[in-house]
Design a protein around this ligand. Structure first.
Ligand code: ADP
Ligand code: MG
Length: 591
């Protein structure tokens, strides 16, 4: 990959492994590393690869496609990696990202680390240089000790040196990615492995079908009883549903727990829609109040990390004012930030079922004083918001534009919403209600930018449903070239760019007057033209009505579409909702 082939003393084919097994040979049938990798993936029900072709894996992608796998070629490995990661979240099967060595591997590694952080099952498969040269550091083409570099950044990392070990290597990678707390796995395949030839029958026998890759993990009965005892004593109980609960696909159990217990709940961002956001027990619109006032909080597949203020501080009211019960598959998660009085270790489906069983017939719903108070706060907050959503100003502000999109998702609840940005993310999260599980895909645990096009592409490929990607103009830039990929595969993706001319806002200036301010972009850019360049539909929308019309048309036609939504450059705040994490200098330097 990315090698200048002029003025080189070798030919590219020397480095690019190609399959040489050939049906016309006499003697026992043979297979090679290429075929075995493909056969091993297919045997385990993996039917899609996201990647960028190049040395030494070009032929692998080509052959996988010929063998009936879906191979989606991207323009940059980070986007292919993000696609694989979210495919893992959506399907509970590890998403596969395939890259070339060194630089391609490193590009994919960001996505692998992000997948691990988010507990998404993913396998990054990278071709690599020959061990003999790498280990003596003799300077190979794209030489890098990839296994060593990947190790600290993922859940597990493996290398396969012999074709006969490919079956076991792939099986270990799948099991590591899916079992327990899911995560990213790195699989290192040196170039020479691909063309190693072995007897076909031996090869077939070496493959391993992983039985039960994510075994159910049942909570201990004593732990279930402890949790129920705490919950029964609660006066102001609260459920927090996290993306672990969305991932677990225990949708019916989670719904039953909410409805049978009568306990109000708040969904974390990617758990929105697990129950419809319009559910009467949703306390999403009274979030600050319930986090502060609850006396017992049950975390269901949600971590007490920065997104929940670490379970302490002002957000959570008086110190010692609440008890936490936590359901998680990862025992080490317990007590990570505050004391967990009732840890419930196991998979969400098993834990929630055990709680339901233990609740018995005499279960009492929480006191009306608590639930009525929440309802009053919710109603007040929602009516405050609904006025803003009707704003029809030109240029649009965030609320006006989001009001239009909120209606569209309400009318098309099976569409998938991808969302990244700063203000675009924070405001869309609270404005756009979700109605079905795993329909909201966003920046996740790191709050990272750049997931947009990778997530949108995989969502379309894995589900076949229309995708609406709501993107800040800055966030979009990290993966924007993939609009070509969207057009090439003719995917039903509609991208809406909230274009306010810059990062946070479009109004920053350089105090010296020399350059543009550090957070602004070219004024009044027309991102819609990017889509037109590749044969997709581009629209410039200046009002909420124009925006709604264009999105509806895109969703009806399924044609790749990019809408440049013109937002007031003065709208938006520094760092969106997390301005408090953005240190600002208070020192004035003497001139
Ligand atoms: P959120 O950001 O929505 O709060 P997190 O990513 O912080 O969600 O937390 C998800 C949690 O869910 C992780 O601690 C992970 O270990 C856990 N988890 C993932 N899958 C399962 C599962 N099948 N059963 C139980 N817990 C799970
Ligand atoms: Mg912006």
């Amino acid at each position: 990959m990315d090698r200048n082939t002029t003025d080189q003393s070798f030919t590219e084919s020397e480095f690019n492994a190609e399959s040489v097994t050939n049906a016309e040979d006499t003697g026992p049938e043979q297979t090679d590393g290429f075929h075995l990798v493909i056969d091993a993936l297919k045997l385990n029900g993996i039917d899609t690869i996201y990647g960028v072709p190049g040395i030494p894996i070009t032929d692998l992608g080509r052959m996988a496609q010929a063998e009936g796998m879906r191979v989606i070629s991207f323009r940059h490995e980070q986007n292919a990696g993000n696609a694989a990661a979210i495919a893992g979240f959506l399907t509970k099967k590890p998403g596969i990202c395939l890259t070339v060595s060194a630089p391609g591997f490193l590009n994919g590694l960001t996505a692998l680390a992000n997948a691990t952080t988010n507990c998404f099952p993913m396998i990054l498969i990278s071709g690599s240089s020959e061990r003999e040269i790498v280990d003596l550091q003799q300077g190979d083409y794209e030489e890098m000790d990839q296994l060593a570099i990947a190790k600290p950044l993922c859940k597990a990392a493996f290398r396969v040196l012999h074709a006969a070990d490919i079956g076991i290597g792939v099986a270990r990678a799948i099991r590591a990615a899916c079992s327990g707390r899911p995560g990213g796995v790195y699989l290192d395949l040196p170039a020479k492995l691909f063309s190693q030839v072995i007897d076909a029958e031996t090869g077939a026998k070496s493959l391993v079908k992983v039985i039960d890759p994510a075994p159910a993990q049942l909570p201990a009965p004593a732990a279930v009883k402890r949790a129920l005892d705490v919950l029964k004593g609660a006066k102001r109980p609260l459920l927090v549903l996290g993306k672990g609960a969305a991932y677990a696909q225990a949708d019916e159990e989670v719904r039953a727990l909410v409805e049978r217990s009568g306990i109000p709940y708040v969904p974390m961002s990617m758990a929105k829609g697990l129950l419809p956001d319009t559910h009467e027990q949703s306390a999403g619109a009274a979030r600050s109040m319930v986090l502060k006032d609850a006396d017992v909080v049950v975390l269901v597949g949600a971590r007490l990390n920065w997104l929940l203020s670490h379970g302490k501080g002002k957000t959570w009211g008086e110190p010692g004012s609440k008890k936490f019960i936590q359901i998680d598959i990862e025992p080490k998660e317990m007590d990570s930030n505050v004391e967990i009085v009732a840890p419930l270790v196991g998979d969400i489906g098993s834990c929630v079922s055990a709680l339901l069983e233990g609740m018995g017939d005499d279960w009492k719903a929480p006191p009306a004083e608590w639930t009525d108070g929440i309802k009053a706060r919710k109603d007040a907050n929602l009516s405050k918001m609904s006025a803003k959503l009707l704003k029809n100003s030109t240029p649009m502000d965030f609320h006006g534009a989001l009001g239009a999109l909120r209606t569209i998702i309400k009318e098309r609840p099976d569409a998938i919403l991808v969302n990244e940005g700063a203000n675009t993310l924070d405001l869309a999260r609270s404005v756009i209600d979700m109605y079905q599980p795993r329909k909201r895909l966003d920046v996740g645990t790191w709050g990272v930018m750049g997931i947009g096009m990778g997530f949108a592409i995989a969502a379309a490929v894995e589900t076949g449903k229309p995708v609406l990607a709501v993107e800040g103009d800055s966030a979009f830039g990290f993966s924007g070239m993939e609009v070509e990929t969207i057009c090439r595969y003719n995917l039903p993706v509609c991208i809406v760019i909230f274009n306010n001319n810059g990062i946070y806002r479009g109004t920053d200036t350089d105090p010296t007057g020399r350059d543009p301010g550090t957070t602004v972009f070219v004024k009044d850019s027309r991102y819609d033209k990017m889509m037109e360049a590749f044969g997709g539909i581009g629209v410039n929308a200046t009002t909420p009505d124009e925006l709604a019309r264009a999105v509806n048309e895109a969703m009806d036609s399924g044609k790749p579409t990019l809408i440049n939504a013109v937002i007031d450059p003065n709208a938006g705040t520094e760092s969106g909702n997390i301005g408090s994490l953005n240190p600002q200098s208070t020192v004035k330097k003497k001139k």
